[in-house]
Design a protein around this ligand. Structure first.
Ligand SMILES: [Zn+2]
Length: 353
């Protein structure tokens, strides 16, 4: 007990030091969907979801230690246009889920926390679910006994003896589809076919329940328009078709960047200045292409904090941890967890080298 107490005290001390040393940096947090069981009874995704209760708790906690600012203010600080605000934090949501607007926005308003919604315009336009959600639904509907499947040239067995097995199968299939050096189009074609065959086996598809679905539904243009005109929310682009820009030719990357921006602007009447790389994927040329199209910031999934002078087109972010442990939330959101991981990795490399 005494040991645990001392441990907590020393972690708190270290965190206080860290927060002070890093007070001029800008922390950008990210989340995807915010939703919980009990609201939607249609289905429950295998993919872990961040609940409304967790968001409420995290914002209540973090707003006591940090000052939440908009992505516009963050960009100005990073560009050196305005003075840094001590302990500033930005909250971002990827993908444009309907639940961001329906279930997360009221919590943002409760704590006065501004946020960015990065939307994929093609999914909004075509009323189409993201393939990860479609796969999640299809596996649950079709896999009722062990099934062998070939993904990306490798055979894997989807196991169905429990929900845990199904979850592992879903993750294995998703990760295998994304690995390797093949281009994004090739990957998408294959995964589309695989999901299609699971759907025809079960005779059901996420598309049947997608519209208005609290888990996987995406915002309609009327929601995006309302969000863009809400003073708490900025709407940024997440490409047209959620394309991994580092894995496609420059002309495709360029059109994804420009079309999504102009569609958002014409639908909302608000300039779209901010971008988020799907899956954090970009190559050496992508940031310059994004800049040419008029974006003023772009966020990645590389962990870490941003400082004055950081490249605004490759901003670092931290994923809000899926926990209710307040010490853990602060430890991760402050960037200390990633910093310590970085030191550990560097040390083990040195030992090996
Ligand atoms: Zn995404």
């Amino acid at each position: 007990m005494r040991k645990l107490f001392l441990k907590i005290i020393s972690v708190l001390g270290l965190m206080r030091l860290w927060r002070y040393a890093m007070r001029k940096r800008v922390i950008i947090l990210y989340l995807h969907g915010v939703m919980d069981q009990g609201v939607s009874s249609t289905w429950v995704p295998l993919r872990p979801q961040y609940s409304r209760k967790q968001l409420d708790q995290a914002l209540s906690l973090l707003s006591r230690h940090y000052r939440f600012i908009s992505i516009d203010t963050a960009r100005q600080i990073i560009a050196g246009e305005i003075a840094a605000i001590d302990n500033s934090m930005v909250l971002t949501f990827d993908d444009g889920y309907l639940n961001n607007w329906k279930h997360a926005a009221p919590i943002l308003r409760k704590y006065g926390v501004p946020a960015v919604f990065y939307v994929a315009t093609g999914n909004i336009e075509k009323r189409e679910p993201f393939w990860v959600d479609r796969l999640d639904y299809a596996i649950q509907a079709a896999v009722d006994s062990d099934k062998e499947i070939v993904v990306n040239g490798q055979t894997i067995t989807l196991k169905a003896d429990s929900r845990e097995s199904l979850t592992r199968s879903f993750k294995a299939m998703r990760d295998l589809a994304k690995t390797g050096t093949r281009g994004d189009e090739e990957m998408r074609d294959e995964i589309d076919q695989l999901i299609g065959s699971l759907e025809s086996e079960s005779g059901s598809s996420l598309k049947d329940v997608f519209e208005g679905d609290d888990w996987a539904g995406v915002m309609a243009w009327s929601d995006v328009q309302a969000a863009a005109n809400d003073e708490m929310i900025s709407v940024g682009s997440h490409t047209v078709d959620h394309v991994r820009l580092g894995e496609v030719r420059d002309d495709r990357a360029s059109s994804e960047l420009s079309v999504s921006k102009s569609v958002i602007e014409s639908k909302t009447g608000v300039e779209c200045q901010h971008f988020c790389y799907p899956n954090g994927s970009y190559n050496q040329r992508t940031p310059a292409i994004a800049r040419q199209h008029g974006y003023r910031s772009a966020v990645t999934v590389e962990a870490g904090l941003n400082k004055v002078g950081s490249d605004p087109m490759t901003l670092r972010r931290i994923h809000l941890p899926d926990t209710e442990d307040e010490l853990q939330i602060l430890y991760v959101a402050s960037g200390l967890s990633d910093a310590i991981d970085g030191i550990r990795k560097a040390l083990s490399r040195r030992r090996k080298g």
